[in-house]
Design a protein around this ligand. Structure first.
Ligand code: ZN
Length: 198
């Protein structure tokens, strides 16, 4: 991929939408009304709008390495506030994924200096390996990580103040199959319950 590819793909994108509706982009300028705020990983393989074939205008997205809810993260706090207060989203989707490099680095106690400023938060999201005899696969860790962020979001001051009636949804995108497995916090499987200590 190079800059020419970037331009070509954008031409294709425009053509696709203009073929269905010549006023498509004019309509986009009139505003956005997304139902979802999505917190996703920065990983290039897991773009939330790509894996759900979501059209422009439906997902307000914040991305960082390993989809972390960090209370001191002003960028996330402002996005969350805007999504809840102004866009009035119905759902906050915490969108993790299998084979997450951020989760793996945290679990394996990566100590590369340039990463630690953020990786410390991901490390905080990992289970205590001493506390359980469970076999932690990367897939389970990725799901555990999503669950931790769901709990953190519930306690986030902005969500506490403005999140009434908004559902927090967890999802794991499976790179092996392409499936986005959505889990409902009110209807967890026995395995998830056990994993989270619910
Ligand atoms: Zn990731």
């Amino acid at each position: 991929m190079d800059i020419q590819d970037l331009k070509k793909k954008n031409v294709n994108f425009k053509k696709k939408w203009l073929d269905t509706d010549p006023d498509y982009f004019e309509k986009l300028t009139q505003g956005q009304d997304p139902d979802f705020l999505v917190l996703a990983c920065s990983d290039s393989r897991v773009c939330p709008t790509t894996v759900t074939e979501m059209e422009p205008g439906h997902m307000f997205i914040h991305r960082n390495v390993a989809n972390q809810v960090v209370e001191s993260d002003e960028s996330f706090a402002a996005g969350l506030y805007y999504a809840l207060v102004h866009l009035k989203v119905k759902y906050v989707l915490i969108n993790g994924h299998t084979n997450c490099g951020g989760v793996q680095a945290a679990w394996e106690n990566n100590d590369e200096e340039g990463l630690q400023g953020w990786l410390k938060y991901v490390k905080d999201s990992m289970p205590d390996p001493e506390a359980t005899d469970k076999e932690w696969t990367l897939e389970k860790l990725a799901k555990f990580n999503v669950m931790v962020q769901m709990k953190r979001l519930q306690k986030h001051p902005v969500f506490q103040e403005h999140g009434e009636g908004v559902s927090i949804i967890g999802a794991l995108f499976d790179l092996k199959t392409g499936s986005l497995d959505v889990f409902d916090p009110d209807n967890l499987t026995e395995e998830d319950r056990e994993m989270l200590g619910y």
